[in-house]
Design a protein around this ligand. Structure first.
Ligand SMILES: NC(=O)c1ccc[n+]([C@@H]2O[C@H](COP(=O)([O-])OP(=O)(O)OC[C@H]3O[C@@H](n4cnc5c(N)ncnc54)[C@H](OP(=O)(O)O)[C@@H]3O)[C@@H](O)[C@H]2O)c1
Length: 350
């Protein structure tokens, strides 16, 4: 990974946990000026310290000095603004404070999301609505301010973090799937609209399964805790992809070895996909850990104690199921390949 300094001013939303947190630390290491946002001031304070240490490590590395704690420069380059993306006024406050502090915003990385497990009917309406509001309308709140800021300044880059579940559907996560399909639609629409606006870019990054706390933080009405689909990537891999995209805007960047297999199965063999997806989700998308009581997780308010860079689904844990996962992926690839061949033959005949 390139460690050249870009000197950008970057707002990272969802910076207190998982992919957003890993991205913030990676950007700090490169010397960018960061404004970190999410709801929890406590969790943000921890990330602020991590980022200042990363920024300090970079300056110490360049000068050959030993690091003795953040210098004034490293400290000035990282700050926090507690923000709830589901509230337009809160997002407006974030942009206003950032512009007052730094005079400009070069890029915005938008990563926040919440999850609720359970069938459509099990998940209470207010929980469903809040998931969609946070994940979709929250992104719209941020995009509106980001694009206006970029247009006023003559350029800027918005990176939206979508999901494999913005391209396929799965049971037990209807509010999340709905919000992510909406987010992908928003991203593609914005890309078309800024196509001829000089210097303004919108990129979409689409993760598959990633080892973050999002699964343990989720609301659950399914009596079981969620878990990432295999293969599971570390959040640092997503951070590297996001940083690459920041340097080189791209319409869409998919991160996850099995993403294309799942998407092909969903698009080309919908009937087979529908037969397989509920049992697959029940076995691979929900853990064996019982979730004894229905609970709202972090949907309405942050749970700072659960916020971290990593979840509990690291590669060491996944080795046992990786073989089974590879088998499922290979089967899906065969099915998708057969579907592709038959649709090509049909097209050739007609
Ligand atoms: N992990 C995966 O397997 C996976 C797979 C595909 C896509 N993704 C996507 O990747 C992105 C990051 O997910 P992650 O796995 O890193 O999750 P995570 O570890 O749970 O982090 C989510 C972040 O969003 C923030 N957030 C939640 N509600 C918010 C709100 N209303 N306003 C502002 N910030 C809010 C959280 O902080 P507070 O609670 O303090 O606000 C936290 O910083 C999400 O868009 C997710 O959909 C993840």
């Amino acid at each position: 990974m390139s460690r050249r300094s870009t000197g950008r001013v970057v707002v990272v939303l969802g910076a207190s946990s998982g992919i957003g947190r890993a991205t913030a630390v990676t950007l700090a290491r490169r010397g960018d000026t960061l404004v970190l946002a999410s709801r929890s001031a406590d969790a943000l304070a921890d990330v602020e310290r991590e980022c200042r240490a990363a920024a300090q490590g970079r300056s110490a590395g360049r000068s050959g000095r030993r690091s003795t704690g953040p210098t004034g420069d490293a400290a000035r380059r990282v700050s926090v603004v507690p923000t709830d993306v589901s509230l337009r006024s809160s997002v407006e406050h974030l942009f206003r404070v950032t512009l007052e502090r730094h005079g400009r915003i070069d890029a915005v990385v938008h990563s926040p999301a919440v999850v609720a497990y359970g069938t459509f009917e099990q998940v209470p309406a207010e929980v469903y609505d809040q998931v969609v509001t946070t994940n979709l309308l929250g992104a719209a709140n941020v995009a509106r301010l980001a694009l206006q800021t970029f247009k006023d300044a003559g350029g800027g880059h918005l990176v939206l973090v979508g999901s494999l579940l913005g391209k396929i559907a799965t049971p037990f996560m209807s509010s999340y799937v709905t919000s992510k399909w909406g987010l992908h639609g928003l991203a593609r629409t914005l890309q078309a609209e800024v196509r001829y606006v000089r210097g303004v870019h919108v990129s979409l990054v689409t993760p598959g399964g990633v080892d973050t706390p999002i699964y343990a933080q989720a609301a659950s009405y399914a009596r079981r805790e969620g878990r990432p689909p295999i293969p599971v990537d570390p959040p640092e891999k997503l951070a590297r992809a996001i940083v690459r995209v920041l340097d080189h805007p791209r319409r869409e960047t998919s991160v996850g070895l099995a993403n294309h297999v799942w998407t092909a199965g969903f698009r080309f063999m919908p009937a087979v996909y529908d037969v397989l997806v509920a049992p697959a989700m029940s076995r691979a998308g929900l853990s064996m850990t019982p979730s004894p009581q229905d609970h709202t997780g972090n949907v309405f308010a942050p749970v700072p104690a659960g916020e971290a860079t990593h979840g509990k689904w690291g590669r060491h844990w996944m080795r046992g199921v990786a073989v089974g996962g590879a088998g499922v992926a290979a089967l899906a690839a065969v099915v998708a390949g057969a579907a592709l061949r038959s649709s090509t033959e049909d097209a050739g005949r007609s």
